[in-house]
Design a protein. Structure first.
Length: 338
């Protein structure tokens, strides 16, 4: 079969009425920016891009040089096209406006420019995550409040994993599709259409070092997974934790499994570890469109009305039956089932 490039796929999606010309352009621009981020990360020590930037982001986390570079690449690429009303990023406290004099569009773009960046220096996969929303009608200078829309309103979501191959996974709400970068030609080529995550799982991803801080239903659920064949689940489970959400989710999108970053006593006050607007919501959209589920352990992530641009939530996502069981244990413990 003839390879389908990202551009051809976007044309198909426009013809099918799934996206308009402006959203198609936005995705092309983001994909191009991600190719540049892939080149920068791929240089490793030779590019002088490893290590700390010496600055902190809004979350109070130390920024890596590549966090800053990736953020700038995405901002610069998206300023010109006329497809955006504003952008918001993990690396910036407030949304970035389109400079005066540049054409503006109808879309809001949110991104985590380099997720898993603590893995860069040790040459483990990292990635970019993005989410696209519609700018509310009549708003010309979008502020944080205009971005605070539930995940169900997302027009598009995607991630790019910079691993042995550079891979883009994308949804417009009509299935989840994967594109692999042909590095010689310089273009993303469709490698899997309509990805399906198996409903059952035998592999889970969680940071076990937090176990003693988890709530009781999480202790019960993971305890049962660890008990394997001899426990109530009657089968063995394997465990993986890359600590780059993009890489962990990509494994799930490729061979099934589940990913958990639950609430624990250490992070209770901040509401969770992962950010809803540019981590949890886009990943939830991608996973649900592939037949999986995404909850906070108590409710569907995409139905949450966000209250802050950098708000955090617990994240349970992946194979439907496992996410539903873990969620059931939490609701049961809360007494919500009676
Ligand atoms: P960094 O971008 O700071 O490396 O954080 C990555 C991340 O947000 C997500 O990609 C991982 O799943 C999670 O944090 C890993 O967190 P722990 O280090 O607490 O396991």
């Amino acid at each position: 079969m003839k390879p389908v490039s990202l551009i051809q796929f976007l044309i198909e999606e426009r013809r099918a009425g799934h996206i308009n010309a402006e959203l198609s352009l936005l995705i092309e621009v983001v994909a191009r920016a991600c190719k540049r981020i892939g080149v920068a990360t791929g240089k490793g020590a030779l590019g002088g891009v490893l290590g700390e930037a010496g600055t902190g982001n809004i979350q109070g986390e130390a920024q890596k040089k590549l966090d800053v570079i990736s953020n700038e690449i995405l901002l610069e690429a998206n300023a010109w096209g006329g497809h955006l009303a504003a952008c918001a990023s993990e690396e910036m406290e407030d949304p970035q406006q389109i400079p005066d004099g540049y054409p503006k569009g109808q879309h809001l773009l949110l991104f985590d420019p380099l997720d898993g960046s603590s893995n860069i220096d040790v040459n483990i996969s990292v990635g970019t995550i993005f989410s696209v929303l519609r700018c509310p009608d009549g708003v010309t200078e979008p502020k944080a409040e205009h971005f605070l829309q539930p995940g169900t309103t997302q027009l598009a979501a995607g991630y790019v994993v910079y691993g042995p191959a550079t891979v883009l996974v994308l949804t417009f709400g009509h299935g989840t599709h994967e594109f692999t970068l042909d590095r010689e030609v310089g273009s993303f080529v469709l490698s899997r259409r309509n990805i399906r995550i198996p409903e059952q799982a035998t592999e889970f991803a969680i940071n076990m070092s937090n176990q003693r801080h988890w709530q009781a239903p999480m202790q019960r659920y993971v305890g049962e997974l660890l008990a394997g064949k001899t426990g109530p689940r009657g089968k063995d489970f394997n465990m993986r934790w890359v600590a780059s959400m993009v890489a962990d989710v990509h494994r799930i999108v490729t061979r099934g499994g589940v990913f958990y970053y639950p609430l624990d006593a250490k992070i209770e006050k901040q509401g969770g570890k992962l950010r809803i607007m540019y981590e949890a919501n886009p990943m939830a959209f991608i996973v649900e469109q592939a037949g999986g589920a995404a909850t906070t352990g108590r409710r569907r992530i995409m139905e949450i009305q966000p209250t802050g641009l950098h708000q955090r939530v617990p994240v349970f996502l992946g194979s439907k039956e496992e996410v539903e069981l873990a969620t059931h244990y939490h609701l049961e413990a809360d007494g919500a089932m009676s």
